[in-house]
Design a binder for this molecule. Structure first.
Ligand SMILES: *Cc1c(COP(=O)(O)O)cnc(C)c1O
Length: 473
């Protein structure tokens, strides 16, 4: 493709992008295709001769787009938001064009320095103490793995990196039963064995029970185990429950245990001053992660990982082959701050987003989402057909259809059917979890352009589909 074609098609693609965002509500939120529908329309061998770009765009529109679930649709209430925004998309275009590898400072000084700057901005606006330093990772799973590896190295005086495990089975890690699966994955990878992950009980609002936590730690110490780390969650995946950080951090201090905070979704809400209570106890936290790519209008991938002790991090991950040695000192070489060597220039989109919205603009959006969640909460509480299954501290609603005449199994199957039927309409998209064995419909309000009308329409859809389902019986 020569430059004049690039320019021509570039303009066409930007027009496509603007049209898409303008008309996104005409698409079904959840892709309605069946397995194999996409691949069966495509040739099984690649073209020998190059093709015209117009052909590619035609196939993209005709074949690919129907197989896309529209995460940027304002009626996307499934899983968690994975937000983009227009300034973020524009930055991604620039990043893709420059296509720099940002391993060390010298491979693109601006990428390294902007990453340092915007993460300081983020640290300050979400209320972390100044002695935290940040780095961008691809996902919260990667950041949590990085944290637990650092904990493992620090407690072993960096000997496991050098010699391997002598006594791998001795370490234990603690998290609540509501914790994200990435903790279990990390525990498997760091080599201490899944059997040594302790799932701590939760209370009636699904927050970690710190009495159980301390008891399990004491039991383990008595059985010659070494408690390695506790992972506290601010905003669990199922119901956005908030673990009591202050109490957990006091226990970690008492027993000298590493403390990691997983705030992947909810961390963004800390830009609201009145939610700062969620991180009371932050002074005693070792590492903290949240995802601007979830709820801060920044394209995937962009995870903000903050650490108190940079030396331990770099001692765990630093490696210096001859071909990466540079003469520049006193600069940040982010390849040593995690697992990835090659790194995209991800700070640019965050910078564009923060500057375009301003802190006030970001706050306004998050506040709206919290208000909309309270609105739906009131609708559920005022309804004879639905019941809430968890408190609504943030933007996630957990609820189900309920009538005492049904057994638990019947309720579970009715709610499953109800949710599938709603999703089949393409008008909104919900996903589910199980809380205490109850099939729970989740509605997460956080899409960049969601407004009250989308939320009301989703509520109407649930009621319409429920009435249809009940009248079938
Ligand atoms: C989404 C989420 C994760 C995983 O995030 P990735 O960036 O996809 O790895 C971990 N923990 C919580 C609480 C989450 O909400």
């Amino acid at each position: 493709m020569d430059n004049s074609s690039f320019r021509k098609y570039g303009h066409k693609v930007v027009d496509w992008m603007a049209d898409y965002l303008e008309e996104i509500e005409k698409y079904p939120v959840k892709s309605q295709v069946n397995p194999g529908d996409i691949i069966n329309q495509l040739p099984s061998t690649p073209p020998v001769q190059g093709e015209e770009f117009d052909n590619l765009m035609n196939d993209f529109n005709k074949i690919i787009l129907p197989g896309i679930t529209h995460w940027q649709h304002p009626s996307f209430f499934a899983y968690f938001p994975a937000n983009s925004s227009k300034p973020s998309v524009l930055a991604e275009m620039l990043t893709a064009t420059i296509a720099a590898q940002c391993m060390v400072w010298e491979t693109s000084p601006a990428a390294a320095e902007l990453e340092e700057l915007v993460l300081n901005w983020l640290r300050d606006i979400i209320g972390l103490p100044k002695y935290f330093s940040g780095v961008i990772h691809d996902g919260a799973s990667m950041a949590t793995l990085t944290s637990l590896l650092t904990a493992r190295e620090k407690i072993s005086q960096f000997s496991i990196n050098n010699k391997g495990f002598v006594d791998g089975n001795k370490f234990t890690v603690y998290c609540s039963s509501q914790t994200h699966s990435s903790i279990e994955k990390a525990v498997k990878i760091i080599g201490i064995g899944r059997e040594n992950l302790r799932y701590i009980d939760v209370d009636e609002i699904y927050s970690m029970d710190t009495i159980d936590l301390e008891k399990r730690i004491k039991d383990d110490i008595q059985n010659s185990k070494t408690p390695l780390a506790v992972v506290a969650t601010i905003g669990t995946t199922g119901s956005t429950a908030i673990d009591p950080l202050k109490k957990i951090s006091d226990i970690c201090k008492k027993y000298n245990i590493w403390l990691h905070v997983d705030a992947a979704l909810a961390g963004s809400a800390l830009i609201l001053k009145d939610l700062q209570w969620m991180i009371e106890g932050i002074e005693d936290v070792d590492t903290f992660v949240f995802n601007p790519h979830k709820w801060l209008f920044t394209n995937f991938d962009c995870t903000a990982y903050f650490v108190k002790d940079v030396d331990s991090l770099v001692n765990t991950f630093g490696i210096l082959p001859e071909y990466l040695k540079t003469k520049t000192t006193d600069v940040k070489n982010y390849k040593d701050w995690g697992i990835q060597l090659g790194r995209r220039f991800r700070a640019l989109k965050l910078w564009f987003v923060i500057r375009t919205y301003g802190i006030d603009g970001l706050r306004e959006k998050i506040r709206l989402h919290l208000q909309l969640a309270q609105k739906v909460k009131n609708l559920i509480e005022g309804s004879n057909n639905f019941e809430l299954l968890a408190p609504v501290p943030l933007n996630t609603l957990c609820f189900r259809y309920f009538d005492p005449k049904h057994t638990l199994d019947e309720l579970n199957s009715i709610n499953d059917k109800l949710m599938q039927n709603c999703n089949k309409t393409g008008r909104a998209y919900f996903t589910h979890t199980k809380l205490d064995g109850k099939y729970t419909i989740r509605m997460v309000i956080g899409q960049t352009e969601v407004e009250e009308k989308h939320v009301i329409s989703a509520w109407n859809l649930l009621n319409e589909e429920l009435n249809k389902l009940l009248s079938e019986k």
